[in-house]
Write a protein that binds this ligand. Structure first.
Ligand SMILES: *[C@@H]1O[C@H](CO)[C@@H](O)[C@H](O)[C@H]1NC(C)=O
Ligand SMILES: *[C@@H]1O[C@H](CO)[C@@H](O)[C@H](O)[C@H]1NC(C)=O
Length: 314
């Protein structure tokens, strides 16, 4: 559902101290500033400083757009963050630029910054590529990184390469080629976009994610796979979608009852998203929620506490 015009990078977080025994927690991070200009290194430094109490791991959706890998990569390394690095696979010219950016800029950083590489985000959801076409792009990225070494001479060849898509597309049998070509698959699920009541939002979130996980495990023939929630969240302003009402209080409740519970179950969660993105304003109807998914507002002020309290043994 997140139409990526502008390349969104995502920041996954290693958990804060309170959730360290559980799944890892993270944020999606936009790569343009409030005025829709590409972020520079200082913008990323301020972003990472704001979220560093909650995250130490990053994932991106495109490497060439806004020169994201070139600019963000060294900042991540300086700040001790890691990244799930996104490559945008649709449009062959764009994909060529993505491959070139990998070849140019992966050698400028340490391999330890890169946790995994995701080829595409919701490609199947948007119908940009078939699963078979996506599998081919995944294979191409695997092949590309196998001949790239980092600044210390270490090969990128064993970095996992996979994809991220909406849970309902992953459970569709047509997705299987993309799943089997992937070293990992992350699933996105937004109870808001299913028009769920707040009371049912966590149930629905778990239902969606468990369905996706089971299908991925079956396709891979193993329960021992790298899996995470690639995106979830709840908008704090805008038009209601069915029974789902945007508000800060509701976002906090979804965080506490859905996100914290998923982390407590041991599943890594990347929260969509770190910061509000006012440049997305102007969408009609329910698209008016798009600027307001941040856990932090557009001045990097936290909207609600991001603390998960677990009871029982951990
Ligand atoms: C709760 O969510 C589940 C899964 O999406 C759905 O099947 C069910 O109808 C929902 N229940 C209510 C009361 O909304
Ligand atoms: C966790 O505990 C703190 C301190 O008691 C409290 O302020 C916060 O609201 C609690 N969070 C949740 C999700 O229950």
């Amino acid at each position: 559902m997140l139409v990526d015009k502008k390349l969104i990078a995502a920041v996954v977080a290693l958990a804060s101290a309170t959730v360290s025994a559980k799944g890892s927690f993270g944020f999606d991070l936009g790569v343009v500033d409030n005025d829709d200009n590409c972020k520079d290194a200082d913008d990323y430094i301020a972003d990472l400083d704001a979220i560093s109490g909650y995250t130490s791991h990053v994932k991106t959706y495109a490497v060439s757009d806004c020169n994201t890998l070139q600019i963000l990569g060294p900042v991540l390394e300086d700040k001790g963050f890691t990244i799930t690095l996104g490559v945008w696979p649709t449009d062959d010219n764009h994909f060529d630029e993505e491959i070139s950016a990998l070849q140019s800029y992966l050698p400028t950083i340490s391999k330890s910054v890169i946790s995994e590489i995701t080829v595409g985000s919701e490609v199947l959801y948007r119908g940009d590529l078939t699963a078979d076409q996506l599998a081919s792009k995944i294979t191409q990225v695997k092949s590309t990184i196998s001949s790239i070494t980092d600044k210390n001479g270490d090969s990128y060849s064993d970095i996992p390469v996979g994809t991220v898509d909406s849970w309902n597309c992953l459970v569709d049998s047509s997705a299987v080629d993309a799943i089997t070509a992937s070293d990992f698959v992350f699933a996105n699920a937004f109870s808001y976009w299913q028009g769920q009541t707040l009371a049912n939002a966590s149930f629905s979130f778990f239902d969606d994610i468990m369905q996706a996980l089971q299908v991925i495990q079956t396709a891979k023939g193993s329960t021992d796979i790298l899996f995470a929630v690639g995106e979830t969240g709840w908008p704090t302003q805008g038009t209601s979608y069915g029974d789902a009402v945007p508000s800060t209080a509701n976002a906090q409740t979804f965080f506490e009852q859905g996100v914290c519970a998923m982390l407590g179950w041991g599943v890594d969660v990347i929260y969509f998203e770190a910061f509000d993105e006012p440049w997305k304003a102007g969408g009609s109807g329910t698209a008016d929620v798009e600027p307001y998914y941040g856990a932090f507002d557009d001045t990097r002020t936290l909207k609600f506490p991001l603390t998960c309290n677990y009871t029982g043994s951990s």
